[in-house]
Design a protein around this ligand. Structure first.
Ligand code: HEC
Ligand code: HEC
Length: 200
């Protein structure tokens, strides 16, 4: 019994040493799994898919969430102890996981597709396709996020938060999404979110 405890202590101290030298990415991702899934697909209502997301975008959002510029109450304190290097490791890890996809519902699909592809000219709503690409894959070099396949509730919450000025957008992007969302009503937001869920 004593010997076993002793051996465990040695094993743990090795894990500790290895951790101090170069933190294993699986140690870093352990707390994320509960809400973002083992494979990077949202596993909690309101959470986002991280798998396959553009790396530059992920790193930027992690920095904004850590600093509190983007408020994510459920992630309070989760990133405080992590430096830039570790945030970059997390971004690279999730970017390399496969994309999650979903199924859209038929009812508002045509309306959602029309907003995505053509915008709403009469209200000055820009076409999403211009920045997020035909498949919803975004624009990696520019750091525009991949938005297809995301859970409907997550996209609805983000578009509403942009519209209400509650989601702080990255300064580099000059509030692009706030302009886009400013004139979308709740029904239009739901329709485009439903379309995005099934787009791939
Ligand atoms: C208790 C649940 C919870 C935990 C644990 C958690 N998150 Fe989150 N995370 C969320 C929720 C909910 C959102 C969506 C917030 C919103 O609506 O803006 C989110 C959003 C994000 C986003 C922004 C996604 C996007 O597309 O803009 C990133 C990046 C992220 N989390 C990374 C992580 C990482 C990395 C960890 C682990 C270190 C982690 N999260 C742990 C709940 C959690
Ligand atoms: C002019 C370029 C541009 C257009 C047009 C545009 N977007 Fe975006 N979108 C961005 C950028 C840049 C971001 C991320 C940065 C930020 O938060 O400011 C973003 C972020 C998003 C997000 C949040 C992604 C996440 O993971 O949290 C959603 C959802 C989104 N856009 C949906 C749309 C929809 C729907 C439309 C069309 C109605 C649209 N966008 C039109 C550039 C654009």
């Amino acid at each position: 019994m004593r010997l076993r405890v002793f051996l465990c202590a040695i094993a743990l101290s090795f894990v500790g040493l290895a951790g101090a030298a170069e933190p294993d990415v699986s140690t870093l991702t352990l707390p994320c799994i509960a809400c973002h899934g083992m494979d990077g697909a949202a596993s909690l209502p309101g959470s986002a898919n991280l798998g396959g997301q553009n790396q530059r975008y992920l790193l930027r959002q992690l920095e904004l969430i850590k600093s509190g510029a983007r408020t994510v109450p459920l992630m309070t304190g989760q990133l405080n102890h992590l430096g830039r290097e570790q945030l970059a490791q997390l971004a690279a890890h999730f970017a390399a996981l496969p994309l999650a996809t979903g199924q859209a519902e038929e009812a508002t699909l045509a309306q959602g597709e029309s907003i995505y592809r053509a915008g709403i000219a009469a209200k000055g709503v820009a076409a999403c396709i211009a920045c997020h690409a035909p498949s919803g894959g975004g624009n990696s070099p520019a750091g525009y996020p991949h938005i297809s396949g995301q859970p409907v509730d997550y996209v609805v919450a983000q578009l509403t938060a942009y519209r209400e000025g509650e989601r702080t957008t990255d300064d580099d992007y000059g509030g692009m999404m706030r302009d886009v969302a400013a004139n979308l009503n709740d029904g239009e937001i739901k329709a485009v979110a439903n379309y995005l869920r099934g787009l791939h």
